[in-house]
Design a protein around this ligand. Sequence first.
Ligand SMILES: [Zn+2]
Length: 148
Amino acid sequence: MIIPMAYREIVQQLKKKYKTNDPFDLCEALNIPVFREPLGKLRGYYHYYKRNKMIHINMNLSEEMQRIVCAHELGHALCHPKQNTCFLRENTLFSSDRFEKEANQFAAELLLPDDLLEKYPSYTIEQIAATEHTTVELIQLKFNFSIF
Ligand SMILES: [Zn+2]
């Protein structure tokens, strides 16, 4: 059985239309405001209110992590826009929740190039993650190494 992967099609369309995979640039192009604020232990969250989409990102995270969080929240905004994401769930990149998983898959698809593994044939996933300033979890999601 083939499971439809909406997030993959959405990412392909975005890259084609806006010629970028930068989540901040895409939010701007899509008129989704991004608020960087101190959020304590939260990485960020997506908020939908009266047809407005908003993304909040913890400004105390590293630039690389803010990019990943922005891509994740953009995934919420585009894959299931009317679903507010629970603040507490955002503490972990992994979740069994369907919406969280979809947002993470979206982020992995958007941020990581398809030929990433071919670029580093002798590297471990940990080494690739460190070199590319990304996370092991995203690489696992992108290339379906995940056991989740
Ligand atoms: Zn989320």
